[in-house]
Design a protein around this ligand. Structure first.
Ligand code: FDA
Length: 314
C-alpha cells in the first residue's frame, strides 16, 4: 500500500513545471550532478561513452532516447526521426544494436495510425541493420493499445520487436500467454506506474508473487525472456527455476537500469549470467528520473546530498 502512495506522490511531483525547471537546470549541469546517477547524459555522444564502458565490462545494452507523452503529430514525427538517426549513429559507433522506446513518444496519445506508422519507419531501418527494438510498457491507459500495436506490426512480419509486461497488473498472465502464443519476446518488470487497485496489486508481496509466477511461465516458454529486476529475491527465484528446469544462462537474460544495483549487475556478470543494462539518455529525462525516485525514496536523500555538494555544501 505504501508503495502505491509513494508512486502516486512522485507521479504528482513529476507533473510540476517548477520542479522540472529546477531539475533541468541543476540535474545534469556537471559530471557530478545528481541525475547522472541514472541518466547517461543529454546527448547521444555521452550515451555512447557510457555504453562503451559498460560493454567493455561485459554487459549487454539497450539504449533509450528518453521522451514520452508527445501531444502533436509533429513531435511524434520528430521523435521517430531521432530514433532513425540514433540507429545510424549507433551503427557507426559499434555499440550493441538494441534500443528501447515508448509508444507515447511516437504518438500513441495522438492517434493509433500515426504511432504505427512512426514505429514501422523505425522498425524498417532497424531490421536492415539487425537492431532489436523493445517497446517499453507505460501506464495502464496504454496497455491495450501497446499490445495491439505490437501485434499489428508482428502480423506484418516485423520480428525484431519485443514488448514489456508488468507483474503489477492483474491482467498480465493473460497478456503473457497472448505474446507467447505469437512467439514474441517479453521483458518482465514489476511495473513503475501508479495504478488503480481494481486492476493492479497494491501490496509489494502480491506483485512479487505475480512476478515469480510470470517469470516461471516465461522461462518455460522458451522465448528468450528478459527478467528485468534489481530484487535479489526475484533473481534467486529465477536462478532456482532455471536450474530446476535445466535451462542454461544462454536461454534468458537479466536486465537492470543504469545506475541501479551496480554491485548486483557486476556479480551476475562475473558468475557468467547475461545482464543487459538499460541506458537512458536525452534532454527529456525528468519523468524517467522521477519514476526512479518513486521506486526508492532513499534516492531523494541522495539527490539532496548531491545538490548541496554541487553548491559547495556537504
Ligand atoms: P524493487 O522495487 O522491489 O527493488 C528491489 C531493490 O532494487 C531495492 O531494494 C533497491 O535495492 C533496488 N532498487 C530498485 N529500484 C531502485 C531505484 N530506483 N534506485 C535505487 N535502487 C533501486 N517499468 C515499467 O512500468 N515499464 C517498463 O517498460 C519498464 N522497463 C524497465 C526496464 C528495465 C531494464 C528495468 C530493470 C526496469 C524497468 N521498469 C519498467 C521498472 C520496473 O517496473 C520497476 O519499477 C523497477 O525495476 C524497480 O523494481 P525492482 O524489480 O527492481 O524491485
Amino acid at each position: 500500500m505504501i508503495d502505491a502512495v509513494q508512486k502516486g506522490f512522485f507521479n504528482l511531483l513529476s507533473k510540476s513545471a517548477l520542479l522540472k525547471r529546477l531539475a533541468s537546470r541543476y540535474g545534469m549541469a556537471s559530471p557530478a550532478s545528481f541525475a547522472r546517477r541514472f541518466i547517461a547524459g543529454e546527448t547521444v555522444a555521452e550515451a555512447i561513452d557510457v555504453a562503451r564502458t559498460l560493454q567493455s565490462k561485459g554487459f549487454d545494452l539497450t539504449l533509450d532516447h528518453l521522451g514520452e507523452s508527445v501531444r502533436t503529430h509533429q513531435e511524434a514525427d520528430a521523435a521517430s526521426r531521432e530514433y532513425v538517426h540514433l540507429i545510424d549513429v549507433l551503427m557507426a559507433s559499434g555499440i550493441e544494436r538494441n534500443i528501447s522506446l515508448k509508444l507515447t513518444q511516437l504518438g500513441a496519445g495522438v492517434d493509433r495510425a500515426t504511432c504505427i506508422d512512426n514505429l514501422r519507419r523505425i522498425l524498417e531501418v532497424a531490421e536492415r541493420h539487425e537492431f532489436f527494438v523493445r517497446i517499453d510498457m507505460e501506464s495502464s491507459a496504454y496497455t491495450d493499445l501497446t499490445l495491439d500495436i505490437f501485434e499489428t506490426l508482428w502480423a506484418r512480419g516485423h520480428r525484431n520487436l519485443g514488448v514489456v509486461i508488468q507483474a503489477a497488473l492483474k491482467r498480465s498472465e493473460a497478456d503473457v500467454n497472448r505474446v507467447i502464443a505469437l512467439g514474441g519476446r517479453i521483458r518482465l518488470v514489476k511495473g513503475a506506474y501508479k495504478e488503480p487497485p481494481d486492476i493492479a496489486y497494491a501490496r509489494k508481496a502480491d506483485v512479487d508473487d505475480a512476478f515469480v509466477r510470470l517469470m516461471q511461465r516465461l522461462l518455460d516458454s522458451g522465448e528468450y525472456p528478459a527478467i528485468a529486476t534489481h530484487d535479489p529475491r526475484m533473481i534467486d527465484a529465477t536462478l532456482a527455476h532455471a536450474e530446476a528446469q535445466g535451462l542454461p544462462p544462454s536461454r534468458y537474460e537479466f536486465q537492470m537500469l543504469y545506475g541501479v544495483r551496480r554491485d548486483l549487475q557486476r556479480a551476475l556478470t562475473a558468475d557468467g549470467y547475461r545482464v543487459r543494462v538499460y541506458v537512458p539518455f536525452g534532454r527529456e529525462w525528468f519523468p524517467y528520473f522521477m519514476r526512479r525516485l518513486g521506486e526508492r525514496p532513499a534516492n531523494v536523500a541522495f539527490v539532496i546530498r548531491a545538490m548541496l555538494r554541487d553548491r559547495g555544501g556537504v
